[in-house]
Structure formats: C-alpha cells, structure tokens
Design a protein around this ligand. Structure first.
Ligand SMILES: Cc1cc2nc3c(=O)[nH]c(=O)nc-3n(C[C@H](O)[C@H](O)[C@H](O)COP(=O)(O)OP(=O)(O)OC[C@H]3O[C@@H](n4cnc5c(N)ncnc54)[C@H](O)[C@@H]3O)c2cc1C
Length: 281
C-alpha cells in the first residue's frame, strides 16, 4: 500500500486529486481499526499529519474556524469556553489516548450517526469547509452528512475545517452508554441555547441513520421558555419537550440497545439538558 505524506495543504490537495482512491488519515483511530479488521483496503493512505495548517484554529469574522486536525484533547483545553457543548462531548470520547490522537475532522470524515462530536456541531449550526484543487466550498453540517457513514465529499476533496459561532448561551451534551468511558453511545443529545435569537438548537445522536435535529422540540421550547422573566420551565413543558425529542428520533434495534429503549432514554437527557442550560444562562 502506498503511503503519501504531503508536507503542506496545497501538496495535500494535489495528492488527493492525483490519488482519488487514497484514504485520508489523521489520528487513525477509525482508519486503523478498519484496516486491521480488513474492512478497508485502499490503494494508498494519505497521511495528513504533516499538514500543520489543519491543526490550527482561529477566530474569523465573529466565527470560529477550527481545522480538521484539532484533537479532542485540544477542543477541551483550548475551546472549552467558546464551544462548551463540543468540549463536553469531547470529554466522553474514548480514553485519553483516543482523545489525544482522534480529531473532530476524523469524526466528520467517518460520518457515523454515533460520532460524539457531531450533535453539538448540529445544535450550534456548524458549517463544514471542504477543499480541493478546484476550490473551496462550505456546507451546513446537516447537508454534509447524508446517511450512515456517508457524506458529500467528492473523491478529490478533503475536509479543511469547520466554522461555528462561539456559544451565545449555555450548551449541554449528554451521552447514554452501558458504562462511563470507552463506550459507543446508545444515544446522545446536544442542546444549545441562543438567548439573543430566542432560539434553541438540538441534535440527537446514535438514534437514526444520521444525527437528527429535533425541529418540533426546538420550536416548542423557543415558544415556551420565559426569555424575558427567566422563570424556570414548568414540569409539564419539560415533559412535552422530552416527548418531542423522543418522537424525532428514528432508532433501530441493535447490539447496543433497542429502538424502544433509545426513544425512552432520549426524553431524560432532553429534559435534564434544558433544565441545566436554563439554569446556567
Ligand atoms: C478505542 C476507541 C474508542 C473510541 N471512542 C469513541 C467515542 O467515544 N466517540 C466517538 O465519536 N468516536 C470514538 N471512536 C472513533 C474515533 O476515535 C473518532 O471517530 C475520531 O474522531 C476519528 O478521528 P481520527 O483523527 O482518528 O480519524 P481517522 O481515523 O484518521 O479518519 C477517520 C475518517 O475520516 C477521514 N478523514 C480524516 N481526516 C480527513 C480530512 N481532513 N478530510 C477528509 N477525510 C478525512 C478518514 O479517511 C476516515 O474515513 C473510538 C475509536 C477507538 C479506536
């Protein structure tokens, strides 16, 4: 198997264009598992780890631009204030070793419905920056992921970065699993309050073919919350919010949990996240 090791971003894009069958790699925490289990046999590996531009993040026009090669560990330590939902999700990923190697760009590249970085990015309204030698385009995350482990990347394209507004209000992430660490989510839930716009962002993970925005629950919460007075939501309204989140899920039965359990379980983090976020604002 050929190993391509571009030294910078233009070289990486050239290599991608010249070898569309090559499999990009950063942390390798998904790629190496697929290679070891014989699930992937690419003609070449495109190792991006020398492309330092990918590991940078910056503030740009009031938004954050976070390179595809930023690890979970760095998201926690460097972006925790600006993106608390993503940082909370990052803390639940794997083990310290996986968080040191694994990247949010890799989570996007894998496009698994169970990817923990994805729900906070949906709830916050992230866009993915995609690049090739033909140019650059930005795609809302909800359009980037098209199905289980599928996305809109063309064979000559790479993920450059994601763009996301810094949190304008509290953000929460909850993950239901069979234990506290090293676990793939049975289901997960991300919530972002946008008090300036009187808007609530949500996303369900691991309970559908892609992460799912609970649009009805968002509209209900935005209308029900006491944005002016600040009084806490009534129990009945929290229960309704939980029901609407559960109803938005499209889960299946699998080894990690039944569809019925997932639907039931989702109502709990939904209610709690809204309570906690409202209390934090
Ligand atoms: C023990 C273990 C525990 C884990 N626990 C969790 C967990 O709790 N939660 C979770 O969500 N995941 C978990 N994972 C999965 C994995 O760690 C994550 O999906 C991680 O984000 C992958 O990042 P990476 O940099 O290692 O990606 P890689 O393995 O290098 O790549 C992943 C995919 O993205 C593509 N890719 C990478 N960079 C780019 C780019 N710039 N442009 C285009 N495509 C690109 C690759 O070709 C590949 O398809 C775990 C994995 C292991 C082995």
């Amino acid at each position: 198997m050929e190993l391509l090791q571009p030294e910078d971003w233009p070289e990486a894009l050239e290599a991608r264009a010249a070898h569309p069958g090559a499999l990009p790699l950063w942390g390798g925490t998904d790629v190496m598992v697929d290679l070891n289990f014989g699930r992937a046999r690419p003609e070449a590996i495109l190792d991006l780890t020398r492309v330092r531009e990918l590991a940078e993040w910056e503030r740009q026009d009031g938004m954050l631009r976070v390179g595809a090669g930023v690890s979970y560990t760095r998201a926690i330590s460097e972006l925790g204030d600006a993106l608390p939902g993503l940082a909370a999700a990052s803390r639940t990923v794997g083990s310290p070793q996986i968080r040191n190697r694994g990247t949010i760009g890799g989570n996007l590249g894998s496009s698994s419905p169970a990817g923990d970085a994805l729900p906070p990015l949906y709830a916050a309204g992230a866009e993915i920056e995609i690049a090739s030698t033909r140019g650059t385009r930005r795609v809302p995350i909800g359009e980037f992921i098209t199905g289980p482990k599928r996305n809109v990347l063309e064979p000559d394209e790479l993920i450059a970065a994601f763009h996301v507004p810094p949190a304008a209000g509290p953000q929460q992430f909850s993950k239901v699993g069979t234990r506290n660490a090293m676990v793939i989510a049975v289901c997960s839930f991300a919530l972002a309050l946008h008090p300036d716009e009187r808007r609530v962002g949500t996303c369900i993970g691991s309970a559908g073919p892609t992460p799912i925005v609970a649009a009805e629950a968002e509209a209900f919460a935005a209308g029900m919350l006491d944005w002016d007075g600040g009084s806490p939501p009534a129990q009945a309204d929290l229960a309704r919010f939980g029901e609407l989140v559960s109803a938005a899920a499209s889960p299946i039965d699998d080894v990690r949990g039944s569809a019925a359990y997932r639907r039931h379980a989702l109502g709990v983090p939904a209610r709690r996240s809204l309570t906690w976020a409202w209390g934090d604002r």
